[in-house]
Ligand binder design. Structure first.
Ligand SMILES: [Ca+2]
Length: 494
């Protein structure tokens, strides 16, 4: 048994040696090949020359000589027992608790070792997994920490929100109390003040209604009064004459309405005589004082005269108050042509200031000569508008406002100095009355009557200075309160 075991062991040993040799040779061979391969790839390429098959013949193999036979080594002696026993007593390394029946034949109990190897092999994977788990645990821990921080932030926010809600509630309560105050105030206002104001407004309305009713009744009374032509019953003085100067020389020394009879070719007519101003004897040919008469009239009205000569005072029976009127161009012409005549123009502004313009010579031609005017010998305080034109203007602008020598014009008879093919361009149309217009005026005694004096272009009908104007005293945009023209036969004053 032992011999067999030995022989068997020896045979196995030789087999192993053979395998070792084969393995070594094979290993060497493999190494050489690897070396050669590495050499091929790494050494200079000039050591290898490929064949050019078109020029060189392919090399042929030569036969090898037979191997040597006979003789050789003697048989190898057997190994000592002690060595074999030592080998039997040799224990295999304890690898995972496994027992080996024959240590030279390998392991008989592979389970523990395989398990160990398996475990060792799995250890890397498990380690990697454990590492991954650790990473995940760290990440989770970080996330948990983040969540915790987030929760803390949320908690802080919640606390702040609750404080804000509390503050808002306080503010709302404050506003509510303010609103209650305002509501109370509004209720008081609605219940108390508005009724009081309404009562005041109602009383004002009632007052206005009563005033309107009174005005309506006054208007109605005036309409009834004016339904019939206004008649003045004045006792005309018995004394008469060719004109007022002759009447005063005959004893008529009160200023009132008289009947005059200039010559035998015309009927006697009424006129107002001023027997006080500058020694009296003045025949009033024009008078403005209250705007009661419209002076925007046609040629024939100016030719024959219009307006109210005079009126009586409440108690007195004679007509001592002059009215607004234009005596008439025919009468004026006839009076001035009887002999040398002087002209007195008096005017008064709305403050009561008075000025006058006196012309020592004054003549008006007849209708055939378009009632051409001529004046001379100015003296006075109003400024010589009729002869010199408007003192505010210079050169041609001033001379075209001179009235001396001009024909008489009305809005239906254009004889002015404004020569134009446009028939609408007429001084009388634009300036409101009949007058000796040039282009157009410095004085406009028959213009439109404006209460208060000052007026503006947008108040005027044509945007022109159409008021009762004497430019040399008050300028273009002031309409005088009073304006009168009186004539008297010229005679040397004593
Ligand atoms: Ca003209």
């Amino acid at each position: 048994m032992v011999t067999w075991a030995f022989s068997k062991s020896s045979a196995m040993k030789h087999f192993l040696l053979l395998l070792l040799c084969i393995s070594t040779v094979k290993s060497l061979s493999d190494y050489d090949e690897e070396e050669e391969s590495a050499h091929k790839s790494q050494v200079d390429a000039r050591s290898h020359r490929p064949v050019d098959r078109r020029r060189e013949p392919i090399p042929t193999l030569r036969p090898a000589p037979p191997p040597i036979t006979g003789g050789g080594y003697r048989a190898r002696p057997s190994q000592p027992l002690s060595v074999q026993q030592k080998k039997l007593e040799r224990k295999a390394p304890d690898a995972g608790g496994c027992l080996h029946a024959d240590p030279d034949m390998g392991a008989l109990c592979p389970t523990g070792c395989v398990l160990q190897d398996t475990l060792v092999k799995q250890e890397r994977t498990v380690k990697a997994n454990v590492k991954d788990l650790g990473t995940e645990v760290d990440s989770f821990s970080q996330r948990t920490s983040s969540n915790f921080q987030y929760m803390r932030i949320l908690k802080d926010m919640w606390t702040k929100r609750q404080k804000q809600i509390l503050d808002n509630e306080n503010a709302v309560n404050g506003f509510s109390s303010e609103l209650e105050k305002h509501e109370l105030y509004i209720q008081e206002t609605v219940n108390t003040h508005i009724p009081n104001n309404l009562q005041v407004l109602r009383s004002i309305l009632e007052n206005l209604r009563s005033k309107i009713q009174k005005l309506e009744s006054d208007v109605s009374a005036q309409m009834d009064y004016c339904r019939n032509p206004c008649t003045v019953s004045c006792s005309i003085p018995v004394v008469s004459g060719k004109e007022c100067e002759e009447i005063i020389r005959k004893g008529g020394d009160t200023s009132e309405m008289y009947l005059i009879h200039p010559d035998g070719f015309v009927k006697p007519y009424k006129v107002y005589c001023d027997m006080k101003t500058e020694n009296g004897g003045w025949t009033v040919i024009q008078n403005r004082q209250d705007g009661s008469v419209d002076f925007g009239r046609k040629w024939d009205a100016y030719k024959n005269g219009f307006g109210n000569i005079a009126s009586n005072e409440d108690i007195k029976k004679y007509c001592g108050l002059p009215g607004e009127y234009w005596l008439g161009n025919d009468k004026i012409s006839q009076l001035t042509k009887m002999g040398p005549t002087e002209l007195l123009i008096e005017m008064e502004d709305w403050k009561g200031d008075k000025v006058k313009a006196h012309y020592g010579g004054f003549t008006v031609q007849n209708e055939g000569n378009k009632y051409q005017i001529s004046v001379s010998k100015y003296r006075g305080t109003a400024g010589n508008a009729l002869m010199d034109g408007a003192s505010q203007l210079v050169g041609e602008n001033r001379t075209m406002t001179i009235h001396n020598g001009m024909y008489f014009s009305t809005y239906d008879r254009d004889n002015d100095g404004w020569i134009t093919s446009d028939s609408s361009k007429q001084c009388s149309k634009e300036d409101g009355g009949g007058w000796w217009y040039n282009r157009c005026h410095s004085a406009n005694p028959n213009g439109r009557y404006y209460w208060g004096g000052h007026y503006t272009w947008d108040m005027a009908k044509h945007g022109t200075d159409d008021g009762v104007v004497w430019m040399n005293w008050k300028g273009s945009w002031y309409s005088l309160k009073k304006m009168s023209m009186k004539i008297r036969p010229f005679f040397p004053q004593q």
